[in-house]
Design a protein around this ligand. Sequence first.
Ligand SMILES: *Cc1c(COP(=O)(O)O)cnc(C)c1O
Length: 374
Amino acid sequence: MVDLKRQYEKIQQEIDAAAIDVIRSTQYINGPEVKAFQQELESYLGVKHVVPCANGTDALQVAMMALDLKPGDEVITTTFTFVATVEVIALLGLTPVLVDVLPDTFNIDPESLKKSITPKTKAVVPVHLFGQCTDMDQIMQIARDNNLYVIEDAAQAVGSDYLFKDGTAKKAGTIGHIGCTSFFPSKNLGCYGDGGAIFTNDDALAQRMRVVVNHGMETRYYHDSVGVNSRLDSIQAAILRIKLRHLDQYAAARQKAANYYDMMFKDYPGLEIPARSPFSTHVFHQYTLKTKGVDRFGLQKYLGEKEVPAMVYYPVPMHMQKAYDDPRYEKGDFPVSEALSESVISLPMHTELDEEQLKYICANVLEGMEACKV
Ligand SMILES: *Cc1c(COP(=O)(O)O)cnc(C)c1O
């Protein structure tokens, strides 16, 4: 699905030198590379504060801890997402409230969100799924009307631009009260291990989050609140500094591959190409097709035999997962998410796809669609 090796080989000298520099410096934790990366990411995103942390899941957890949410508070997110979002809500003793997504962008359905707000609702976590921003004009309006915090899950959309109705633009993750991202290797801005970051324009929230990620400690060995240990290490920060300089060019490579896929699949009746939102650029964390009239897992197997990887993100929505089995929800409650989980398939998407590979992938997808017709 990704080709991290070829991407690395193009920047190998720079990366190797940066990693060795950190090793020789012995400043492995909270070294100068972490601070430098933090500042460079702040300036790339146009956000006041970046708080680096250990991974994207921690970023979400720290955000919710810093907002001082209490057990019983309700946090709304989508059922068609990666589990991390729902997991941290549950871990903190908060109540996850699930809502459906829109059939075209796979992002939160603002109407479904509005209907799910109760007096206990404290926050909403829009997930910018697959690389494209949620309709943030609407989400922020709903949040203002109902006094909710907005925590953007930008793990799949870092670098994408949200275009406001007034013509201005902001980067994914910098619009709500807090934004979260992941630097997992296969993410658009990936390091060579685990990493994550939290964004905010709010000074007080930034300060609280810096305390939370550091054991709730402001003055050394004085702990005013319960915190966690969540750090980005210096080697990862040094690698991310280099990769950040390539991020826009990486997004362009992904968009180019997506355009090729679009061209090859747009007229094929059994396939629906990903919708392009009018208010967001798409950085194509995933290229996800909706299929019709095909045995989708058969297609996946067919492609596998041709050495074309294909994945189903996500085969089971959160309200149908064993771990989140909840008497409030049953099959049928979220028809859009359920239909998507039964029809989507994602193709290889990364920065190193060349025309020959794309041609091979597309030819096999189209042959597979015929071979696996139902
Ligand atoms: C990857 C991802 C996360 C979690 O990031 P980790 O760094 O793996 O903890 C959270 N939310 C979404 C939508 C993701 O894709």
